[in-house]
Design a protein around this ligand. Structure first.
Ligand SMILES: C[C@H](N)C(=O)N[C@@H](CCCCN)C(=O)O
Length: 432
């Protein structure tokens, strides 16, 4: 079919006609090269097919605003191209960097960051899935996590220095110095806001250009969607709660734990306590990439939860150097965060993603609030060994839920544990 073609009136047309010819041929149309004469079989349907194709070609060549634009756009402005997705990713990461940098300043830390940080995290997760599902999703989650951790670390190291500079400048300590320092820190939120606005614009633009359908018939977002959540999704929620309650509250109480059980100085206890987050900054994107390349999310989550269990057991029952256990915790936590959160996207339809992520974080925070109180009570009444046993019980519950998820997913023929190759094949078959 790759020969010059002429349309019936004898006008030469471009390479697009070749494409039309190929498509028409595939529909059972025979083209006589050079003459543009079409022998149709069956004639009427083929003629209709040609008409449709020509109409499409005319619309494209005429430069209809929506159809023609994506072809003419440079890669950076074309939402279907990698360069544009990378720009979006940069905005997503800085959105998190700035807000998490600011959150670390708040006197209510680590819980109360709810309204700003948690809603932002829901939006961030939903954007990540919408732009990267079926592509580099686990890596994107890893990068987001990494930027949030870098933001917190930069902030922790910078704010003390900034406070002392302002103190020297104003010649006094107290609320004015603190207020000015917080004001300057707050500027990072303006950066976040700019990223959020740019993202909102690019997202809407992509919807328009790529004709992503929003709110198809019956796809209304309702809070009552929760009752239709599938068993695998509920298991993901349980894994999330039971896992995180053994990590965040543990780190919250960790400093005293290392001072009392291992006789660390205050400085050494702070250092070891923060190693989980320090490891997560560089390792999260690495693990994200690994999960993208291999697939099998459930197996990775299983490894992460099992490693966390081992780490807590080492801290509870041995006097081994706690740096080993804490590094293992840092590594396993980074792996879990990259493999667990993206799984939601495989078990809920796209229009329910925001609800699902919102719900997941609500349950996570409810669990954290309750468990932090219980952990404090156990610590006061029974001491550290009991507390550690309690955390071990939580991680064990999480492990049990992962095993259940594996079995349920297998029984239902679900896609949560597909290899990367299986996912690629499914994607290709959908494209065809
Ligand atoms: C902030 C939220 N409560 C949370 O737990 N976040 C996870 C990672 C969320 C996935 C990346 N957007 C965390 O491990 O901090």
């Amino acid at each position: 079919v790759g020969v010059a073609a002429r349309d019936p009136p004898g006008r030469h047309v471009s390479a697009r006609s070749h494409v039309i010819g190929v498509r028409a041929a595939l529909r059972g149309v025979c083209i006589r090269p050079g003459l543009g004469v079409v022998t149709a079989f069956p004639f009427q349907s083929a003629a209709r097919a040609m008409e449709e194709e020509e109409e499409e070609a005319r619309a494209l060549l005429a430069g209809g605003p929506d159809q023609a634009a994506p072809r003419a756009l440079p890669a950076l402005c074309d939402p279907s191209r990698l360069a544009h997705r990378l720009l979006v990713l940069l905005l997503m990461c800085f959105l998190g960097f700035a807000i998490f940098a600011m959150i670390i300043l708040l006197p209510f830390r680590p819980r109360l960051n709810g309204i700003g940080g948690e809603s932002l995290a829901v939006a961030q997760n939903t954007y990540a899935v919408s732009w990267f599902k079926g592509k580099e999703l686990n890596l994107v989650f890893g990068l987001q996590l990494s930027m949030a951790r870098i933001g917190s670390t930069v902030n922790m190291n910078l704010m003390g220095w900034l406070y002392s500079k302002i103190e020297a400048l104003l010649g006094s300590t107290g609320h004015t110095t603190l207020g000015v320092t917080l004001m300057i820190g707050g500027i990072t939120c303006v950066l976040s806001l700019i990223c959020a606005l740019a993202l909102a614009y690019l997202d809407q633009r992509a919807e328009r250009i790529l004709h992503k359908e929003q709110g198809k018939a019956g796809e209304v977002i309702k809070l009552t969607d929760v009752k239709d959540f599938s068993l695998p999704l509920w298991l993901i929620f349980i894994i999330c709660v039971c896992y995180y309650v053994a990590v965040f509250p543990f780190i919250g109480l960790g400093k005293v734990f290392f001072t009392e059980k291992f006789g660390f100085s205050s400085q050494a206890a702070s250092a070891i306590n923060s190693v989980v987050y320090v490891i997560s900054a560089p390792m999260s994107p690495v693990f994200g990439l690994l999960v993208d390349k291999t697939g099998r999310n459930i197996i990775w989550v299983l490894c992460a939860v099992a490693a966390t269990l081992v780490s807590h057991m080492m801290l509870a029952f041995t006097m081994w150097n706690p740096w080993i256990a804490m590094c293992l915790l840092g590594i396993s936590y980074s792996l879990l965060a990259c493999a667990l959160w993206p799984m939601v996207a495989f078990v809920v339809p796209e229009h329910q993603l925001g609800t699902a992520y919102g719900f997941m974080q609500s349950i996570q925070n409810l669990g954290l609030a309750i468990i932090s109180i219980i952990a404090g009570m156990i610590l006061d009444s029974r001491g550290y060994l009991f507390l550690e046993v309690f955390f071990i019980a939580c991680v064990s519950l999480s492990l049990l839920s992962v095993v259940l998820l594996y079995l349920v997913n297998r029984a239902q023929g679900g896609n949560l544990n597909y290899s990367a190759r299986q996912r690629e094949e499914i994607k290709l078959s959908h494209t065809e």
